[in-house]
Ligand binder design. Sequence first.
Ligand code: ADP
Ligand code: MG
Length: 400
Amino acid sequence: MPLLEPGSPTDLIATTTAAFTERFGRPPRLVGRAPGRVNLIGEHTDYNRGLVLPVALPHATWVAVAPRADRQLRLSSAQQDALWTGTLDDLEPAAITGWAAYAAGVLWALREEGLEIPGLDLHVHSTVPLGAGLSSSAALECAVGVALVGLLGRSLEDTHDGVPLRDVLVRAGIRAETEVAGAPTGGMDQTVAVHARAGSALLIDFDDGARRHLDLDLEGRVLLVTDTRVSHELTDGGYAARRADCEAAASALGLDSLRRASLEDVEGLTDERVRRRARHIVTEIARVQRTVDALAQRAWSEVARCFLDSHTSMRDDFEISTDELDTAVSVAVEAGALAARMTGGGFGGSTVAIVPEERLSAVVRAIDAAFTQRSYAAPSHLVVQPGAGASVEAVDALGG
Ligand code: ADP
Ligand code: MG
């Protein structure tokens, strides 16, 4: 059964280091790492001050970096052809284009936070699929951020102006994504990329910023992520339109966010589309809490119900699903998955399923067969053990 493997950290550090050395003619100083994520439940709730429950992937983005004596910046990626070059003076949102928005954008945002950014060379390598709803964007942002922290000789446990550096990295990643790349996402991805712990899901409450690590014991079941290979574009307007509808709903109710709205409130909204969007948010926030409780009680049929209702709500009320996602979800459940739903921002991307270990290959085969039968592109599958958050992986130990 071909699965998209995360790769071994030792090999990935070696690969990223070798590519850096090849490209820039000298070894890097260190390598930063940050993971992609799969969200178990709680979609589009982060920017509505709601709850989310993501898990960090073992798949991650690796960033090798070395400082320069001059003010030049050179950024390359194994996943993109274009090299981005500029100087420290070019670190301005309007001057940064293409994929570099997520990398040079973080350097800009960290400088805005008061960190000293030197001239540098930087090379990226990732095992997170791009544009698959698994947050390759925040993995890149946060890997650049931790690489910078390492380069400045700081520890992730340090503070900066009284703020934990981890939180500075989260904020810088969000600013790069929203203000430089122009994707108005809500902060879940960067938070889990920086704060995740291996073996745990991370419950984040975007009302007060509270985080709780939840032991994820699925009792003999595994997390199966299926990338439908329908690539989404979070900067193309659909995501922003959903966000605008949510804001319109809150404002029509005289609230500062939908977190304060009840189901009764939203059923009274007069605009039919805005009503459906708001209903998704209010019911989805409740489903995150129900899922957390059900996981704690090992109430598996309740977990299954929450996933199914979440998918239906995203398909019908929020309208962010696709035929490929709907197919992967229904076929997974027919083939023996306990629960399945689309995950991530939508308009393509991935599904997440909880699958009894002994049904795993049957579920994968059934999804593959259904996709072939419908002439969809072949999906790829990831089996996910919850991974750890961002780290500085190697400092001056690279033989450089
Ligand atoms: P997702 O975060 O779900 O993967 P996004 O649309 O938010 O999808 O982000 C994908 C974009 O992030 C890519 O199109 C590219 O610009 C950038 N990106 C992510 N990973 C890399 C990488 N390893 N190298 C270069 N650019 C990357
Ligand atoms: Mg993203």
